[in-house]
Design a protein around this ligand. Structure first.
Ligand code: PEP
Length: 254
């Protein structure tokens, strides 16, 4: 059984909101969302908007931010890529790895995701490992096997101290950007599987591990998803792009 903990509200802006839109978003969002110490709010803007986010959140350290992806290497001839080592200078403190869009569109494999996690940890960032099954895999009864493979590949490549700092996001691929949300019971089941898969890895503390749910979360369903057993927060794409909608989500349970 997981222990109750302060929820994490994480926003994945994907390839939306450049620097100007980031500034405008933040002006509105700051008005709509007062700091709360019973929750963690973190936004993942596009990398080019990290400095704009840093500037726009001045005086609001409660509004954390992170990078959506980093390269598996620290430095080198990788045109267009971003090194985890470059990120802390922006003020960002979190990083995603293994998002299903990275896996699908950019060919990120489990082995690459594991290396990216190592880079994020080496840079002192808080990594969020995204895992989740496709509809085909779910319908073939492979939910548990897919989660097990993704988690094992990542954790096997990390040392115990690194594992202790990971946050997890269960994101069923069939629910991302589709408007189709996992039921609270589906989310609870999958979070239970993720938590169970962590046991046996030195450094992991399954009851205390933070596992977010992601997939078409909106103001209308945030309450029931957060109330599902084992759901410690959410990772939100589409509904985080509008400051009013994101403020409504970040106000859940207050
Ligand atoms: C995501 O991108 O991680 C996500 C969950 O997107 P959406 O909320 O739009 O389904």
């Amino acid at each position: 059984m997981s222990e109750p903990r302060t929820p994490v509200f994480a926003a994945n802006w994907k390839m939306c909101h450049g620097p100007a839109e980031t500034a405008a978003f933040m002006e509105r969002f700051r008005e709509r969302h007062a700091p709360r110490d019973d929750a963690t709010v973190v936004v993942f803007p596009p990398a080019i908007s990290l400095p704009a986010f840093a500037e726009a959140r001045a005086g609001r350290p409660d509004l954390r931010f992170g990078v959506q992806d980093v390269h598996a290497e620290v430095e080198g001839a990788y045109t267009g890529a971003i090194s985890a080592a470059m990120v802390p200078a922006t003020g960002a403190t979190w990083g995603l790895a293994g998002h299903s869009e990275r896996r699908r569109e950019f060919g990120d494999t489990d082995a690459m995701v594991a290396r990216k996690l190592r880079r994020l940890l080496d840079a002192g960032l808080r990594p969020v490992l995204c895992v989740g099954e496709t509809l085909e895999e779910r319908e073939a009864g492979r939910l548990e096997a897919v989660l097990e493979t993704q988690i094992r590949a990542a954790l096997s490549a990390l040392h115990a101290e690194g594992r202790a700092r990971l946050v997890y996001a269960y994101e069923p691929v069939w629910a991302i950007g589709t408007g189709r949300t996992a039921s609270p019971a589906d989310a609870a089941e999958a979070h239970g599987i993720v938590r169970a898969r962590l046991s046996g890895f030195e450094g992991c503390d399954p009851p205390r591990s933070v596992i977010l749910y992601g997939g078409s979360v909106k103001p209308a369903n945030i309450g029931q998803l957060l109330a599902a057993p084992g759901v410690d927060g959410v990772l939100v794409g589409g509904a985080s792009l509008d400051p009013d909608s994101w403020a409504a989500i970040c106000g859940a349970g207050a």
